[in-house]
Design a binder for this molecule. Structure first.
Ligand code: UDP
Length: 411
């Protein structure tokens, strides 16, 4: 029998590709042969952002397939992208696996696919390959999706996922209560998008049943009651860069590492780090509020402003006014930044990767969630772990939340 050979299939978004790459590194370190399948579009982003003096392919084999979307703009519509991928990729995946299987000793022995690429479990089932569903967010988020039939039965939502009752729901007696207004699909765009997201969630639940196991990028210590109540979800996290001094891999933008030397010049725990992940877009009012807030603190800050982050940003001299103590970069080496001793707190949109990275660095959060599961993640931070504050409750207390390090096992 040949070596184990895992085919890894992330969903085509930054917050999904990074943890899958981190899983890839773990598997490679354990001697597993890995083939990493991106869409053509993300493959190009990832390889362009990786520095030329290193070689991604030393880590694993990278392959890509088209995602079925023509215009760049359409990829920002999560549901549209997922649907286009679903239409095109299953048959292409079969062809790819048949090609990879030509070498007798290197046959694909297992598929690990993001739950958002659930159709891959159907392909795995058909081709008799073992498969694992990889959920890149909190276990509570997945438990919430698995509880949809109960919500329908209790009349909390209708069959389009529209909220019928605003109430706190308890997925199990020991789990923290979740506000029904924060159901993930209810926090995505307009009503039509929410309905599409809801039906996508139901389809995902069905697909995931075909997988041999479900793994989750979270830790038992972070979500003890959820993992106890939903034992089919296996914690394998937090998956973080295995080598935090090495170059980041799987990133869609080139990191600006000048911020690390800039951080070196500041006292311990003095800098506010502000970053909203790969997806969040601000309007000018939100920009003004945040910029005004940072200006008022008089504290040094490092702010990640992605090139595509603002719809209509106007520069009223903010950069000049804060140039003495503020640094703005297009994309930071975030895991290194969060581990830098000068950073004292993290203003975050509460994407799950950022949450894991901030928590393991022992940083207090100031939470400004925008989208989907970020509201549940914020609930964990402010109400369960108590390592941060909700934006609206904030008064002048950025540094009053004690630094607290939750002890986690690393895999
Ligand atoms: N990230 C980064 N540099 C930045 C901003 C973000 O490396 O300037 C990384 C961050 O470390 C995290 C990922 O991008 O691993 C964002 O994932 P998250 O789940 O936090 O948010 P999403 O982008 O999915 O909204």
């Amino acid at each position: 029998m040949g070596k184990p050979h895992a085919l890894l299939i992330p969903y085509a978004a930054q917050g999904h590709v990074i943890p899958m790459m981190e899983l890839m590194q773990r598997l490679v370190n354990h001697g597993v042969k890995v083939t990493f399948l991106n869409t053509d579009f993300t493959h190009k982003l990832v390889t362009d952002a990786f520095s030329t003096d290193e070689n991604l392919n030393d880590l694993a084999s990278f392959v890509s397939l088209p995602d079925g979307v023509e215009a760049e703009e359409d990829r920002k519509d999560v549901c549209k992208l997922a649907e286009a991928i679903f239409q095109l990729m299953p048959s292409k995946l079969e062809e790819l696996i048949n090609k990879l299987n030509i070498n007798e000793g290197e046959k694909v022995t297992c598929i690990v696919a993001d739950t958002c690429m659930g159709w891959a479990f159907e392909v795995a089932d058909k081709m008799r390959i073992r498969s694992a569903a990889f959920w890149t967010a909190s276990a509570a988020g997945l438990a919430l999706l698995w509880s949809i039939p109960k919500f329908l039965e209790d009349g909390i939502i209708d069959n389009k996922g529209i909220l019928m009752k605003k109430q706190m729901v308890q997925l199990s007696p020991t789990m923290p209560a979740i506000n029904s207004e924060n159901f993930m699909w209810a926090r995505i765009g307009d009503m039509k998008t929410q309905e599409t997201a809801f039906h996508f969630a139901i389809k995902t639940n069905e697909f995931v049943k075909l997988a041999d196991c479900v793994i989750c990028n979270s830790a038992y210590e972070l979500e003890t009651s959820t993992f106890t109540s939903f034992p089919d979800i296996l914690p394998i996290g937090p998956l973080l860069a295995s080598n935090r001094v090495a170059k980041q891999i799987g990133h869609f933008w080139k990191e600006d590492s000048t911020c690390l030397t800039w951080l070196d010049q500041h006292p311990i725990g003095s800098v506010i780090y502000v970053a909203f992940g790969s997806f969040t877009v601000f309007d000018s009012r939100q920009f003004d509020e945040l910029a005004g807030g940072l200006e008022t603190t008089n504290m040094p800050f490092l702010w990640v402003v992605r090139p595509d982050m603002f719809e209509d940003m106007k520069n009223d001299g903010f950069d000049d006014r804060v140039s003495e103590r503020g640094k703005i970069v297009g994309w930071a080496p975030q895991q290194k930044v969060l581990n830098h001793p000068s950073v004292g707190c993290f203003v975050s949109h509460c994407g799950w990767n950022s949450v894991l990275e901030g928590v393991t660095s022992g940083l207090p959060f100031l939470c400004w969630p925008y989208f989907s599961d970020q509201f549940i993640n914020q609930m964990y931070i402010s109400d369960v772990w108590k390592t941060g504050l909700e934006f609206k409750k904030m008064k002048v207390v950025l540094f009053q939340v004690k630094k607290s390090r939750i002890k986690l096992n690393s895999y």
